[in-house]
Design a protein around this ligand. Structure first.
Ligand SMILES: Nc1ncnc2c1ncn2[C@@H]1O[C@H](COP(=O)(O)OP(=O)(O)OP(=O)(O)O)[C@@H](O)[C@H]1O
Ligand SMILES: [Mg+2]
Length: 676
């Protein structure tokens, strides 16, 4: 066995024998090794530093001096504290690092230091102890690498990533992104709001198609676009009109009515494949836009335009038609006026007049739809109007039970009585026709407040409204009928039963009263029409019912109309009432005649629409000659914007063609006697 003492002995032998040469060799080797290490340390681009147990600097390499901005020799013997940002940092470093070294033999961490000029640098530092043979710490070696640039780059990347995430998350268009394994990596806030599915439920897994197609397990467009599986795209989305996006490669778009988040919405969706900078496919993105509101507005706009165009047409027809009816009405009432009832033609003439009246009713419907203004708006009690019209209607239609529920102290509404009666009767008649074997008709009134959100789509003022509901228990209607029922000439009734003008005129009238009309109905479930009319603060004036006798006179009347038939029939009407008549075929002629006969002429019946100088212009010129001139405006159109303007300028009255002898006699007498 080789003892320790024999080892020592061997050593000493060698020591003795090779004394000089071996020591020299050893010294030489040491010098060489020390030089190698020094070169290594001095050439290192990492800062290398040795500190003692009290954390004073023993030595450091040029990289360290360079990194921290000190001159050689400047730091030796000084505390390492001077490169820390503060005393607190220095203490904290100590508390953090030395226990780790004691436990693990070394520590590695990132730490901020300061250069001599106080500039902060971020460093990565590895610190390990140099131990004495008895394991005591003699010193520490620190290797420090300046990572400021890397840190800044990392911070920038992080910031960019956060910014991007914020943009995607805050983007108001519902968006989700899947990775190449079909797993969700983005489900933005708008997507959460749309689907009512929180991101925690979907992140990191494939999208559940039932979120968009309740009860259906089917591939989503994003999944198919990711694989660019054109066959499946066609198979699953062909019927939804999905097509390649015309501007973006590898993107498909389409729209569909879906039930999402419990609500039926019309969604426009766009799915695109995502590639990274190298062109590698990294996933797919899908955006979903709710276009229901836009579609509704577009439809409303087109509908409004259509209604306006048809309205103009209808107004024109009504005007010409009324002139014709005026002739028939006038002549037949003239014949009747002079005919004893026992005459065999008397009955026939009464029939002619009845037919003229139904013709006039038709044009009234047309005008109700077409006109742009109200005729004679007065504050009215709507309960009373409903009471009156429904009693009349009920008397004629006994198979219908009428139930009324009227609001007490119902607000007044400023309405044209005749028009609103027309509206109510149209709705009653429709309800009656929808209940061929009888049924119930519910009439209800209510004071309501419509707020901003309710009136916004109609661009009306929020405030107090009167709500009239008219419900029946009839056949109801499908959604196609509901969509079109306010269109003029839309009818589901057999030929000869309906003209399809009832609701068109209801719509026109309510609109001109700044009101809203709405319908709710299902097939076989009856129908409810709701009308909202703006309330007025004005007091209700009780209406005075007109007298029904024919009133005569002897004054001179000037007739102004461009249509000869009208001049002729009116002349005959006036003359049969005892008046003297002058006539003019144009505004210009009227002015000449009036200038010459001003003192004789007591009243002018002025047509509103004439070629050249129209009724309005003629009225102004007449007024200039005599500010007190008495004029009745007459037209085949009803009192719309233009006529209203003339009335506002001081015209006494308006009479709509066709008018009867009695109507004419009454209005003329009232004006001549100064009642109007
Ligand atoms: N209360 C109702 N119940 C069921 N369907 C209705 C009701 N009211 C209207 N409709 C439907 O709307 C259509 C249009 O109604 P509108 O009053 O405009 O015309 P009409 O009644 O057919 O003809 P007109 O009123 O000109 O005689 C009707 O043909 C019918 O299909
Ligand atoms: Mg009708």
């Amino acid at each position: 066995m080789k003892s320790k003492s024999s080892d020592r002995h061997a050593e000493s032998i060698e020591d003795v024998s090779g004394n000089l040469t071996s020591r020299k060799k050893a010294e030489q080797a040491l010098i060489e090794s020390e030089e190698r290490y020094r070169t290594l340390v001095e050439a290192s681009s990492d800062a290398i530093l040795m500190i003692d147990g009290n954390r004073n600097i023993i030595s450091c390499n040029p990289a360290f001096l360079n990194m921290f901005g000190y001159a050689s020799g400047e730091l030796e013997g000084k505390s390492i504290k001077s490169i820390h940002l503060s005393d607190e940092k220095y203490q904290a470093f100590g508390r953090l690092v030395y226990p780790v070294i004691a436990k693990k033999g070394k520590a590695r961490l990132e730490w901020d230091y300061q250069q001599k000029n106080k500039k902060v640098i971020s460093c990565e530092i590895v610190i390990s102890p140099i131990l004495t043979p008895d394991q005591k710490v003699k010193a520490y070696v620190c290797i420090i690498r300046d990572i400021t640039e890397r840190k800044q780059a990392e911070a920038m990347v992080l910031q960019e990533r956060e910014q991007l995430a914020a943009i995607l998350d805050g983007n108001p268009i519902p968006t989700f992104v899947i990775d190449e394994n079909h797993q969700v990596i983005l489900w933005n806030r708008a997507c959460e709001n749309l689907t009512h599915v929180p991101r925690e439920k979907v992140m990191g897994r494939p999208v559940d198609s039932r979120i968009f197609y309740p009860g259906q397990d089917r591939p989503l467009l994003t999944d198919l676009v990711l694989k660019m599986d054109k066959k499946s795209i066609e198979k699953f989305y062909g019927d939804k009109g999905v097509r390649p996006n015309p501007t973006m490669p590898e993107a498909y778009e389409g729209s569909d009515q879906l039930i999402v988040g419990g609500e039926s919405r019309h969604l426009y969706f766009l799915a695109a494949r995502l590639r990274n900078a190298e062109g590698k496919i990294i996933g797919a993105i899908e955006t979903l836009q709710d276009i229901s509101e836009r579609e509704r507005l577009e439809k409303q706009f087109i509908q409004a335009q259509k209604m306006e165009a048809v309205g103009t047409l209808a107004g024109g027809i009504a005007h010409d038609f009324n002139n014709i009816l005026m002739g028939i009405q006038g002549y037949s009432s003239l014949i009747l006026y002079n005919l004893p009832p026992e005459n065999p033609n008397y009955e026939k003439l009464i029939n002619i007049q009845a037919m003229v009246r139904s013709g006039a009713d038709l044009t009234k419907q047309l005008l109700g739809f077409a006109r742009g203004g109200k005729y004679q708006a007065k504050p009215m009690d709507i309960n009373e109007l409903i009471q009156k019209t429904s009693t009349m209607f009920g008397r004629a239609n006994k198979e219908i039970r009428i139930h009324k529920k009227f609001q007490k102290n119902l607000y007044a509404a400023e309405v044209d009585q005749g028009q609103i009666e027309q509206v109510l009767l149209n709705l009653y008649v429709n309800a009656w026709q929808a209940m061929p074997s009888g049924g119930d008709l519910y009439l209800e009134t209510k004071n309501v407040v419509l707020d901003e959100t309710l009136v916004k789509p109609y661009s009306f003022q929020p405030g107090n409204y009167i709500k009239i509901s008219i419900s029946d228990t009839g056949i109801g209607m499908d959604s196609r009928t509901k969509e079109r029922l306010f269109e003029p000439f839309f009818t589901t009734k057999e030929m000869g039963r309906g003209t399809g003008l009832g609701l068109a005129s209801v719509y026109g009238i309510i609109k001109n009263h700044q009101g809203i009309i709405d319908v709710s109905s299902e097939k076989g479930q009856g129908a409810t029409f709701s009308i909202y009319l703006p309330a007025t603060e004005e007091k209700i004036n009780k209406e005075i019912s007109p007298a029904s006798e024919i009133m005569t006179g002897t004054e001179t009347i000037l007739l102004v109309d461009d249509e000869e038939t009208i001049i002729n029939v009116c002349r005959d009407l006036f003359e049969s009432l005892g008046y003297r008549v002058l006539s003019a075929g144009s505004g210009k002629e009227a002015l000449e005649i009036y200038t010459q006969n001003q003192s004789d002429i007591s009243l002018i019946l002025l047509d509103m629409i004439m070629p050249g100088m129209g009724g309005g212009e003629t009225f102004n010129a007449l007024k200039e000659i005599d500010p007190q001139v008495k004029v009745i405006l007459s037209s085949g159109y009803s009192l719309d914007g233009l006529a209203r303007e003339i009335m506002d300028r001081g015209c006494k009255a308006f009479i709509q063609k066709p008018f009867s002898l009695q109507e004419l006699s009454e209005i003329v007498r009232k004006i001549l006697d100064g009642v109007l």
